[in-house]
Design a protein around this ligand. Sequence first.
Ligand SMILES: Cc1cc2nc3c(=O)[nH]c(=O)nc-3n(C[C@H](O)[C@H](O)[C@H](O)COP(=O)(O)OP(=O)(O)OC[C@H]3O[C@@H](n4cnc5c(N)ncnc54)[C@H](O)[C@@H]3O)c2cc1C
Length: 553
Amino acid sequence: MTEPVILVVDDDPQVLAAIRRDLRSRYREDYRVLSANSGEMALNAVRELKARGDALAMLISDQRMPSMLGVDVLSKAREIYPIARRVLLTAYSDIDAAVRAINEAHLDHYLQKPWDPPEERLFPPIDDLLSSWQAEYRPEVTGLRLIGYQWSPRSHEVKDFLASNLIPYRWFDVERDPDVPQLLEAAGAHTQELPVLILEDGTVLRNPPAAQIAESFSLKVAASHDLYDLIIIGAGPAGLAAAVYGASEGIRTLLLDGHGPGGQAGTSSRIENYLGFPSGVSGGELTRRAVAQAQRFGAEMLVPVAVSGLSVDEGYKRVALTDGRELLTRAVITATGMTYRELSAEGISEYIGAGVYYGAALTEGHACRGCRVVVIGGGNSAGQSAVYLSRFAREVSLIVRRENLNATMSHYLIQQLAALPNVQIRPCMVAERVGGEGRLQKIWLKSLVDQSVSAEDADALFIFIGTRPHSDWLPPSVLRDSKGFVLTGRDAEVAEDFPKFWKETRDPMLLETTIPGVFAAGDVRAGAMNRVVSAVAEGAMAVRFVSDYLART
Ligand SMILES: Cc1cc2nc3c(=O)[nH]c(=O)nc-3n(C[C@H](O)[C@H](O)[C@H](O)COP(=O)(O)OP(=O)(O)OC[C@H]3O[C@@H](n4cnc5c(N)ncnc54)[C@H](O)[C@@H]3O)c2cc1C
């Protein structure tokens, strides 16, 4: 297979030659660096690449060109290569326009001319963008292949498991992909055995459970030590941050997750408000970096390993796993976050994974190409998903119970949605019923204004209507609020049952629960801010309290 392409466009021959030279000096081993001296020429090159089946990893375009602005070249190229990274090359005087373009046209980055020295000002952002493209890119024929029915819940589960464990794969839909019969024959597999995974070395897994996939990819599921200083439960942003800080401070740290790393943030297509990423970062990319960082400091991570209980024995904490094993630790951080509330519309449960998805926009985005998609919810997660899905879907309807989004969604997202021609915001509406033959095909929507009900075609439905905490596994001695969120610090102290459970002479620390040495961080905690940055901050802070606790015991 030929290498993926980086295409550079600039009408100034000197600038074009300079950037081409710098890019080739660093990326020529892995990428072909091509150039064009006008927007039209670049778009022709993009069409030719597509026709040949080549991969376009990145398009870098100058903004001010006589016949076409860079931002227009980048926007048009996106229709052909939706995941290629798009970078605007600007002069200092055009930076405002570049920042506007990042917001309006969803560009990935802008580079300021001149970029000397390239080691500082060109290569680091390009390295980042290329590695995030690599993570999202599915090569045409090589690598891991997953064959299944698009509307089968089992296929969705396998996709979801691979995605949350950051394992890249290529998806083949039995009903749409002409290569499938050949692939199945070569693998010696039948359609009754779907979903089928074909590994790079030719191994075939038929309808595999998560544990079998984990084993095939050598995901670690057994602990290396008998006793840990700290076990962190949940590898979302809070747990990952705790693992980075715990391990970096020399605390013997184990991180567990029942699914895979990333948590809710891992399902986010673009986190735009996380410090240090001016043009946003996908949840998958942030997770990949955090996992690498935690492992570099020596944190141990086990996935998929779910926790079912916690008990205390002479100050030591026993963490019970759903597979019957038990782990021992001196301190615990629970960072188990929360999950989506279920939609009560009639028929919903029948179609989960078969057109109805809770927070899975990122995994299913590609499958929605040309489809009519409905997103339900008025919060940021619903808004982000609608923006992301609009890249693939023919039409996206955002169904909102309230009159508008002002009280529930960030201003920047409302603006982004308003600028997308294929997204329709439909206020004062609720979903009443769903139906279809074997998969979702129809949705009945009710107007809260005149109570009328209309049936509409829908190929996929994504639900983001609030959440509930993952705290059922904790013992009663960990006090929670009426919704199940874990009470910590001052909030715990004022709870009625506090004296019944807290027997220490000291007060609980800020993120400490009503069991000494058991801390909570992130969305599972009562009063959490439900943001990536606050979850990360709490994960890091919790480690500081763990250190204090360990020093005392
Ligand atoms: C689609 C979407 C988009 C979002 N976009 C943004 C954004 O742009 N900006 C922003 O700031 N915030 C955003 N958020 C919110 C943000 O993602 C959350 O606030 C953040 O992920 C909370 O982190 P956490 O670590 O506390 O919990 P979570 O992310 O919920 O992670 C909890 C982890 O615990 C694991 N777990 C749960 N129970 C168990 C158990 N019993 N055993 C083992 N493991 C368990 C889960 O598998 C999960 O991986 C978004 C959320 C969603 C859903």
